[in-house]
Design a protein around this ligand. Structure first.
Ligand SMILES: Nc1ncnc2c1ncn2[C@@H]1O[C@H](COP(=O)(O)OP(=O)(O)O)[C@@H](O)[C@H]1O
Ligand SMILES: [Mg+2]
Length: 490
């Protein structure tokens, strides 16, 4: 196995600290143990629960060496050469003493030949130790390997049930794509989830598989998996945006080999005009999962270090690819002033770097209501494929939005004078139109009459749209957008 060979070479190449970032702890440990004869040096394994244990011989554990600083102190003082696998050591690198002890051990490498192998699901080594270290990564199965895994699981099911698995070829391929980014074991487990319930691979399995996959990856609460996507049919207007997305859809379905999938778009504009709804509809139309990044949670002290949170979220998104990464109200995260010790600046920097370098088909849909708060480097040309401006709906689109929301509530829009309603609600956002429809339904219900155009007219008359209250801000927004964005409408 080339992986084992590479790892062995790394251990033999006099690098004091090796970081293995993997969800396959057992695989990493077994692989290193299997090298014992060739390494010809003692191999130890440490966990905070069991302490240190020599594993190339049958030896008792040393529970007295369970504490992180104790085990490092012990390794440093014994000077026994060996490979020391420290499992889940990552939380303890917040302690300066542990960092220093690791550095001491690393500096002594040439005389002691002690290799520290840090094995955790995610690992960020402090700067002080980076010079002494190397990272090792397991390769994940490629599409061909995943296809083989799914076929094996199907064969097992067939053997147990004496029936063939019903597999729709397209659903089979979608399943294979959705299992990418997982380890062998994980892919096998999820293939069972898909096949064992009904002996078939169909479109219905995909949401369940995606949800299970997401649960495997995301332990923290920065990314939310939204099964609740939407369709373009429920989004009034946005004709140019809809065409733009439809044209690029083949790139996401893997039908344009050699063409990079689009990076992402920024939807900027007036509040309540359907930006969030559009983000959900984009995922629905592309037929890929929607991951919503919670910008405020990212910055929440309670969740720990912001930049690490961001990195882990972006990594999870890459594994979920192809997917839409929806960053709603972007300005809330990036716009924080200069009084946060530079965190928001660094987060913005990491975000931009990631956007520029990412290879996985993660399509970013960012939304923002406020431009003043957005740093200029974010809206510079080339960051996003396109910056779309979302304005208040015009007369024609207001009629469409009435139609959508009436039909959503089982009302026949043929019974309403949509043109008249659209005219009367000049300056209304989509959200305000929806509100008028809902309020009219309540009013009609209270009066025990069927609701008619006049109920809606009443509600419209009672509404003072935000665009009136915020006329000046909207004018500024339009002026800014005119030079830098394209409209979502043709
Ligand atoms: N263009 C539209 N078509 C249909 N419904 C709309 C539209 N714009 C707004 N709405 C309704 O208003 C709600 C709130 O809009 P939202 O997408 O949250 O606006 P934004 O994100 O721009 O502030 C939506 O969930 C939807 O029900
Ligand atoms: Mg919104």
């Amino acid at each position: 196995m080339p992986e084992r060979h590479d790892l062995e070479l790394l251990i033999k190449s006099h690098i004091p600290i090796i970081v293995i970032e993997s969800r396959e702890e057992a695989r990493a440990v077994d692989m290193i143990r299997s090298m014992q004869l060739r390494l010809a040096t003692p191999i130890f394994r440490w966990t905070v629960t069991e302490g240190l244990q020599r594993v190339d011989l049958v030896m008792d554990t040393q529970p007295f060496n369970a504490k992180p600083a104790d085990v490092l102190g012990h390794i440093k003082s014994t000077r026994t050469s060996g490979v020391y696998m420290l499992l889940d050591f990552h939380p303890y690198l917040d302690e300066p003493i542990n960092v220093r002890l690791l550095k001491d051990i690393a500096i002594n490498y040439e005389s002691t030949h002690q290799t520290i192998v840090l094995i955790s699901h995610a690992f960020e080594l402090p700067e002080e130790l980076k010079n002494y270290s190397a990272r090792f990564e397991f390769m994940l199965p490629n599409d061909q390997a995943v296809r083989k895994i799914v076929s094996e699981v199907a064969e097992q099911w067939t053997a147990n049930n004496r029936k063939r698995v019903q597999a729709d070829p397209q659903a089979f391929e979608m399943l294979v794509r959705n299992l990418s980014g997982l380890t062998h074991d994980e892919a096998r487990r999820l293939a069972r989830v898909a096949i064992y319930n009904d002996g078939a691979i169909t479109d219905n399995d995909l949401p369940v598989v995606m949800k299970a996959k997401y649960a495997l990856l995301s332990k923290e609460g920065m990314l939310h998996f939204d099964l609740d996507t939407d369709s373009f049919a429920n989004l009034g207007g946005f004709s140019r945006l809809k065409n733009w997305i439809r044209q690029r859809q083949p790139a996401f379905a893997g039908k344009l080999p050699g063409v990079d999938a689009p990076k992402g778009i920024l939807l900027l504009g007036v509040q309540g005009c359907g930006k969030s709804l559009a983000a959900k509809a984009v995922a629905g139309v592309l037929g890929i999962p929607l991951l919503r990044m919670e910008i405020s949670a990212l910055f929440n002290k309670f969740h720990g270090e912001t930049e690490r949170n961001l990195r882990e979220s972006l990594k999870a998104a890459e594994v979920m690819a192809p997917c839409v990464l929806w960053i709603d109200e972007l300005e809330k995260g990036i716009a924080v002033g200069d009084n946060d010790g530079g965190t928001s600046k660094r987060v913005l920097g990491s975000m931009l770097t990631w956007m520029a370098e990412k290879k996985a088909p993660v399509f970013i849909v960012a939304t923002a209501n406020d431009i003043e708060a957005l740093p200029p480097e974010l809206v510079r040309k080339g960051r996003f494929d396109e910056i779309f401006f979302v304005d208040l709906p015009d007369q024609k689109n207001r009629a469409l939005i009435y139609d959508i929301h009436l039909r959503k509530r089982q009302l026949d829009s043929k019974n309403f004078e949509l043109e008249k309603l659209a005219q009367l609600s000049e300056g209304f956002s989509g959200a305000e139109i929806e509100q008028a429809v809902v309020a009219a339904i309540y009013a009609g219900h209270a009066q025990q009459t069927t609701i008619t155009t006049s109920h809606l007219v009443q509600e419209i008359r009672h509404t003072r749209p935000l665009s009136v209250v915020m006329a000046e801000r909207i004018a500024d927004l339009r002026a800014w957008a005119a030079e830098r964005t394209v409209s979502v409408e043709d």
